[in-house]
Write a protein that binds this ligand. Structure first.
Ligand SMILES: C[S@@+](CC[C@H](N)C(=O)[O-])C[C@H]1O[C@@H](n2cnc3c(N)ncnc32)[C@H](O)[C@@H]1O
Length: 275
């Protein structure tokens, strides 16, 4: 396993930081009431935080412009947003009123070294970021460290075996994809003491971009409209992306996990045979 200080990881991360700084702060902001697919997706993500929050401190890992941080501050006692981009944090801080600034803190830091004490967070979530982080194992380990035993993590992964992986590769200017296999994700969660409670799948189709050319029929904007249709309380996209077999190639997988106590080795009994 590469070390946290691995120079290759560091170099890749610096490149990602540059891309996040250059590209994301300039993106247009969707109107709040938009029925656009990604606005609906944000509502789903926010509701997942709300449903799993039972009090205490929330950590918004890779908080970006603070979209979720600000909205979660309506129902949460204390929130900490962490992001390594100064530019994104400036956006996150904007619009926080004096009352909120007491309960909501924005901290500039790398998600692989979270500057919080162990066992100090009750719920952590990380949206739209884990699949852009080289050596994401370190982030999961940090997330697990700062959570209390029994604490909840909502982790948004990107599956490698998805069409979206091809679209991301076609765009130089956006952050590189570090998409992972389902097997890898399961192993990483186990290794970092997370028990999977539930999982939701989305984005069977990329739903953005117009490259590469061979994927164009499936990148037509009509798909985004169709996939955002609501059926029985879910978007059509979620129904299709969660279907057996198809869920193996749907890009976005949001896992709700519980941090379990480290499993201790069985006590050494004094009447066990030596050797
Ligand atoms: C696509 S944005 C998502 C922002 C927010 N979570 C959301 O869903 O709206 C990804 C964010 O992750 C941050 N980020 C990426 N890698 C990071 C790292 N290693 N440590 C801290 N922040 C990171 C970027 O600066 C950027 O703000």
């Amino acid at each position: 396993m590469p070390s946290v200080a691995d120079p290759h990881v560091f170099e890749a991360e610096q490149m990602q930081l540059q891309k996040f700084r250059n590209y994301y702060p300039s993106l247009p902001v969707e109107p709040e009431a938009s029925k656009d697919y990604f606005s609906k997706m944000r509502q789903i993500k926010l509701s997942m935080v709300r449903e799993n929050y039972t009090g205490g401190t929330i950590l918004d890992l890779c908080c970006g412009d603070g979209y979720f941080l600000k909205r979660a501050s309506i129902f949460a006692d204390r929130l900490i947003g962490v992001d390594f981009s100064r530019e994104m944090l400036a956006l996150a801080n904007r619009g926080l009123d004096a009352e909120n600034k007491v309960r909501v803190q924005c901290v500039q830091a790398n998600a692989r070294h979270i500057p919080l004490p162990s066992g100090s967070v009750h719920l952590a979530y990380c949206y739209s970021s884990l699949y852009a982080i080289p050596h994401v194992e370190d982030v999961l380990a940090e997330c697990s460290r700062v959570l209390i035993p029994g604490g909840i993590a909502i982790l948004d992964f990107g599956l490698q075996a998805s069409l979206n992986t091809h679209v991301v590769k076609a765009y130089e200017e956006i952050a590189d994809g570090y998409h992972r296999s389902r097997k890898d994700i399961r192993a990483m969660l186990k290794h970092t003491n997370f028990q999977l409670l539930s999982s939701r799948s989305f984005q069977i189709l990329p739903l953005w971009g117009n490259k590469p050319a061979w994927l164009r029929p499936l990148l037509h904007p009509i798909w985004k409209k169709l996939m955002s249709l609501a059926l029985g309380g879910k978007m059509l996209d979620e129904w299709i992306s969660s279907a057996p077999l198809l869920n193996a190639i749907a890009f976005r997988r949001i896992n709700v996990c519980r941090k379990i106590d480290a499993v201790l080795p069985p006590p050494i009994s004094s009447n066990q045979p030596n050797g």
